[in-house]
Design a protein around this ligand. Structure first.
Ligand SMILES: NC(=O)c1ccc[n+]([C@@H]2O[C@H](COP(=O)([O-])OP(=O)(O)OC[C@H]3O[C@@H](n4cnc5c(N)ncnc54)[C@H](O)[C@@H]3O)[C@@H](O)[C@H]2O)c1
Length: 314
């Protein structure tokens, strides 16, 4: 069945992949994005073009913090909302906690309110492994305590709690997906893998914050898109949060070793003091997503890195 799907943040990294996938599947896609200049607007415009050329899609330049506009866009004709718009980035949130709060919390509340008034079938909300923060045990399952260590993590936690409450109190079907460090083509230029690749291909020195022994569960974009697509019209996940990760952890040092051998780089590695707000470790347990939506991440880190470097070179 063809659905009308609004993708907020659809000009960004993850949102553009989700929007592209739905457009290719024949759905009617509406990208809603304010083209925030947090990183290159040209990259976002190219992402939009890719989606527009993939099928029945349109772009609306709009801000999720504007409730009246969200109500106009998310009207009775909309079936699903994939809410990816956010002020992403841990470090920027440490410098300025107000903007992430406004975009991520108020923006999400606006999207939920507009969706509720329009009888949208479901809102799928992009959350983050940053909600876990302080590690009690690894891997993180969805029952792990949530003690974010950055203002960004706090804002994503507040947003997913609003999603749960909108389901439990008002009956609006919602699901939040906690993404674990997503990478792949079109990834944000401020993310470690894209910075490292850029510098390694130019044989420039790379900077690591901390001793490089921090671990991440890097998740390939195609797996993230599959998790999102599987949620369309899935009812057993209403009101729930699900981890969307690869399910493996790798140290930053190992990541750099692999990326250096793939790129053949001679870049030096410089270690500097770790940054405030950065999590020490992330590692997902994806059993729940596997059980409820058949989520099975396919791309292992070495293959994903090779695909990313190929994309970068092309
Ligand atoms: N990339 C990751 O590793 C990762 C990990 C965990 C969670 N997430 C979450 O996934 C989602 C997508 O992240 P991404 O990496 O694609 O980031 P991104 O910055 O590439 O995409 C976010 C998009 O939202 C748009 N946006 C920002 N403020 C807006 C506003 N006020 N109104 C409308 N649009 C606005 C931006 O212009 C951008 O195009 C975000 O919710 C992010 O918090 C990402």
């Amino acid at each position: 069945m063809i659905s009308k799907i609004v993708v907020t943040g659809g000009a960004g990294f993850i949102g553009s992949h989700i929007a592209e996938s739905f457009a290719k599947d024949g759905h009617e896609v509406v990208i809603v994005d304010n083209l925030d200049p947090y990183y290159s607007v040209d990259i976002k415009k190219k992402n939009i073009d890719i989606v527009l050329n993939s099928g029945n899609a349109q772009f609306i330049n709009a801000d999720v913090t504007d409730l009246a506009t969200m109500k106009k866009i998310i009207d009775d004709t909309v079936d699903y909302v994939y809410h990816e718009a956010a002020q992403a980035g841990v470090r920027i949130s440490v410098e300025d906690p107000f903007k992430p709060n406004n975009v991520n919390v108020v923006g999400t509340l606006n999207v939920l309110k507009a969706a509720l008034e329009s009888d949208v079938k479901k809102v799928i909300n992009a959350s983050s492994s940053s909600v876990y923060g302080k590690v009690k045990y690894l891997p993180f399952d969805e029952e792990h305590p949530t003690q974010p260590v950055s203002p960004y993590g706090v804002s994503k936690l507040a947003a997913e709690q609003y999603c749960r409450v909108f389901y439990e109190v008002y009956g609006l079907p919602t699901t939040s997906l906690r993404y674990f460090t997503v990478y792949g083509p079109r990834m944000r230029p401020d993310l470690a893998i894209s910075i490292f690749t850029r510098k390694m291909l130019a044989n420039e020195p790379i900077t690591v914050f901390g001793d490089g022994e921090q671990t991440r569960d890097f998740t390939y974009i195609e797996d993230v898109v599959e998790g999102n697509v599987a949620l369309l019209s899935n009812k057993i996940t209403n009101g729930k949060v699900l981890n969307i990760g690869h399910g493996n952890q790798i140290t930053l040092n190992d990541l750099i070793y692999n990326l250096k051998s793939i790129t053949g780089s001679r870049s030096d590695v410089k270690y500097v003091e770790s940054q405030k707000g950065d999590a020490k470790d992330t590692h997902s347990d994806v059993k729940l997503a596997c059980e409820l939506i058949g989520f099975e991440p396919k791309t292992v880190i070495l293959d994903g890195l090779k695909k990313y470097v190929d994309y970068f070179n092309s």
